[in-house]
Design a protein around this ligand. Structure first.
Ligand code: ZN
Ligand code: ZN
Length: 365
């Protein structure tokens, strides 16, 4: 079928929106009409070369929700009309990690980067050139074909476009707090970086019952969003030393700190701002080959430095409770969607993100 998609041709080049050819679903695959796709910093990390560029040309996008239009052979868990949310990691359901509730670490599905598991892709340019698929999802597209292990079926009485960010920003942020760090009620939390994921760390901390939630950023607009999402205090790191500020506000260090930027110096700050027995949790995507050093006396104070990948999430367990919390007004999803744009404005959508004016821009393909 003919569809329309946003294509990445290489670092520092504009994204191109084009009509393309999409093959139908093969065994175990599902054709989805995409309702909404969040514009995520990890898409941009390839565009600006922060991480080694993915294959190109690639149909971009990974944070999305949609409606099933057609199922391939062997698919039993989904039917046309089902509402679905994409997951950024496949879930085989059989490996050691899936079997122990660490679905984010699943290693049971081996696919080449940018490809479906059979080593091919479902997208071609109209001249026949193969198009790779970001995260095997290719969600900046009116339609896409996704393996069923990358989908979670959700209730269909919640507006499907509101759920676009569950599979990336929400699970990565809220999951880092609730699943990875397991923040306790009454804790003091500090968060470096208040973009889409950082705001979800902040609202995750509020949901977990943290009583002090310190938001740190260099953009005033992002600190304003942070307050909406539950921050009790804000620190403008362009004007103040954030480690000193956290030490002052907490009387000796935060119980949990989260670094949501992916920068060695802010990760070190997050570590330095923990109290004895505290935990620094790394959430931001690091640059390729990045390293951080921490003082070896970490042992004397029982401090921990941990990583959180995709929120240590089990999407088929986590997404339903996220949606329930949203229905109860306790998880902010509407407020996360500051601006909607059509697919043709994908480059403007990235500019929105870089400007810091939006919590998230959502593309409606
Ligand atoms: Zn993402
Ligand atoms: Zn698995």
């Amino acid at each position: 079928m003919r569809t329309r998609s946003a294509i990445f041709y290489g670092p520092n080049q504009p994204i191109s929106v084009e009509d393309v050819e999409l093959q139908g679903p093969k065994t175990g695959e599902v054709l989805v009409r995409v309702a909404a796709t969040g514009v995520c910093h990890s898409d941009y990390h390839a565009v600006d070369g922060h991480i080694n560029a993915r294959l190109s040309p690639t149909v971009m996008g990974h944070e999305a929700s949609g409606i099933v239009e057609e199922i391939g052979p062997g698919v039993t868990a989904f039917a046309p009309g089902d509402h679905v949310v994409f997951t950024i990691r496949p879930m085989c359901g059989k490996c050691k990690y899936c079997s122990t509730g660490r679905w984010n670490l699943c290693d049971g599905i081996q696919a080449k980067r940018g490809h479906m598991v059979d080593g091919t892709t479902r997208f071609k340019k109209l001249d026949g050139t193969v198009l790779y698929m970001s995260h095997a999802l290719a969600a900046f597209s009116q339609h896409t074909v996704v393996a069923e292990w990358n989908l979670v079926k959700v209730r269909n009485d919640v507006p499907i476009e509101r759920l676009a960010s569950l599979g990336c920003a929400v699970v990565t942020g809220v999951g880092a707090v609730v699943n990875t760090a397991q923040v306790k009620a009454g804790s003091a939390v500090a968060v470096w970086g208040c973009g889409g994921v950082g705001l979800n760390v902040i609202q995750g901390a509020a949901i977990a019952g943290a009583t002090k939630i310190i938001a740190i950023d260099i953009a005033e607009s992002k600190l304003t969003f942070a307050k909406q999402f539950g921050a009790t205090d804000t620190v403008d790191a362009s004007k103040n030393d954030p480690v000193e500020a956290v030490m002052d506000l907490t009387g000796g260090g935060a119980d949990y700190t989260f670094e949501v930027i992916g920068n060695p110096s802010t990760l070190r700050q997050a570590f330095d701002a923990t109290c004895p027995g505290g935990t620094a949790c790394m959430v931001g995507v690091p640059p390729s080959g990045g390293e951080v050093s921490v003082p070896m006396e970490l042992l004397f104070r029982d401090r921990r430095l941990i990583g959180s990948s995709a929120g240590t999430g089990s999407p088929r367990v986590d997404f339903p409770w996220f949606i329930e919390m949203y229905r109860q007004g306790r998880l902010k999803l509407d407020e996360l969607q500051s601006r909607f744009r059509p697919l043709d404005e994908i480059n403007e959508a990235f500019e929105d993100m870089l400007s810091g004016e939006v919590a998230r821009t959502i593309v409606r393909p």
